[in-house]
Design a protein around this ligand. Structure first.
Ligand code: EPU
Length: 342
């Protein structure tokens, strides 16, 4: 008898993706440790099958059933490892709920992750797309992570450089990272914490709350309030957060666009390029609150596509395509989806 849960065949994925898209997996396995991954790798009936590693399912769009094995990362556990060079190191297993983990750090008075409060998903998924919000990205608080390599059957530690973090990007979204499964993540939280209020909306909200010297926990609560105001709760309306990345264009293209569209929302990047607000572009094209069949654009934030009830993955793909076409026609900018399409 294996010490882990048995493989389930023809398993529904509807409650395992925050878009609530009805899809099925040919095989499904809950993974708590490297032992299950080892077993899958060594089983000749499973070894050659397509694999999908699933965390909270908050960044995936199922466009069809998955004809392979879904590895659902469910490992639990978190610990304070100690202090090192001005940082407190904390580790959590991949299957831990992200927001619960953030709250656990904040409840102990550890600052650093407060701007990333209330992001749906799991700890193991955070580095995959380098989740970020309100001026902080996972990589800013990252120390290292442990992966199991399905190709070699070995476990190893990757530092930030090895993870190749980018804007909503990392090695795990590229072919070189295909065989790597994140088992746990270690974060480095600064002992000399200072608030990150670079994001204007957050700074204004802290100000409005009359907090001259806010604590990490207070900032976390304000971030939660902002998110609740603008973003749909996946438990109530199926969605995967921002559906598109904010497009990055050259400063020359941005200048040309500004000549025609002076209200264009843009932010200069350290390398001189400009990040445009995709939500603004979509909003200006008139898509906010609109729908195509059962897939819609959230009325309070045009960057979020929602399942209005009974949407299929194809419904969402059709809506996304129509939005991309309109934005490209009007602004000459190609929007790139943030979720992974299966
Ligand atoms: N805007 C509009 N109309 C809209 C939506 C936005 O005009 O319908 C304008 C806003 O007025 C604002 C600008 O677009 O000037 C940016 O909007 P917002 O501050 O809401 O942030 P965002 O760029 O749309 C990004 C992240 C979010 C993250 C927030 C806060 C991406 C793709 N999205 O959204 O991340 O929470 O900033 O930091 O980078 C996610 O990735 O799933 C996600 C929710």
């Amino acid at each position: 008898m294996p010490a882990y849960a048995p493989i389930v065949h023809d398993h529904s994925l509807v409650s395992l993706n925050t878009f609530r898209i009805p899809a099925r997996a040919r095989h499904y396995l809950r993974v708590n440790s490297a032992a299950e991954l080892d077993a899958v790798r060594c089983d000749p009936a499973l070894a050659g099958l397509p694999r999908l590693v699933l965390g909270g399912g908050s960044n995936v769009l199922f466009t069809r059933d998955f004809d392979g094995i879904v590895l659902h990362m469910t490992g639990q556990g978190r610990q304070v490892l100690g202090e090192q060079a001005g940082y407190r190191l904390v580790r959590a297993q991949a299957g831990e709920n992200w927001h619960a983990f953030v709250q656990w750090t904040l409840a102990q008075g550890f600052g650093g992750l407060e701007n990333l409060s209330l992001i749906p998903g799991t700890v193991g998924a955070a580095p995959i797309q380098n989740v970020g919000a309100y001026g902080t990205e996972t990589r800013d608080r990252f120390h290292s992570l442990t992966v199991y390599d399905m190709a070699s059957g070995t476990t190893r530690t990757l530092d930030a450089a090895a993870c190749r973090f980018g804007y909503r990007d990392s090695i795990f979204k590229h072919p070189e990272g295909n065989a790597l499964v994140v088992l746990d993540v270690t974060f480095a939280l600064p002992l000399a914490w200072t608030p990150n209020l670079r994001y204007a909306e957050l700074a204004q909200a802290v100000d409005a709350a009359g907090l001259a010297a806010p604590t990490p926990q207070e900032i976390g609560r304000i971030v939660e309030a902002i998110r609740r105001r603008k973003l749909p709760d996946p438990l109530e309306i199926g969605n995967a957060g921002s559906f598109f990345k904010n497009p990055v264009v050259s400063s020359a293209q941005c200048t040309e666009l500004l000549a025609q569209f002076p209200q264009l929302v843009h932010h200069a990047q350290p390398d001189g390029s400009q990040k445009l607000a995709a939500g603004w572009l979509i909003d200006q094209c008139g898509w906010k609150g609109k729908a195509l069949g059962a897939a819609g654009v959230y009325p309070k934030q045009a960057l979020v596509l929602v399942n209005l009830g009974g949407a299929t993955g194809q419904d969402v793909v059709r809506l996304a395509g129509a939005i991309q076409a309109d934005v490209a026609a009007r602004y000459g900018v190609q929007l790139e989806p943030e979720p992974v399409f299966i």
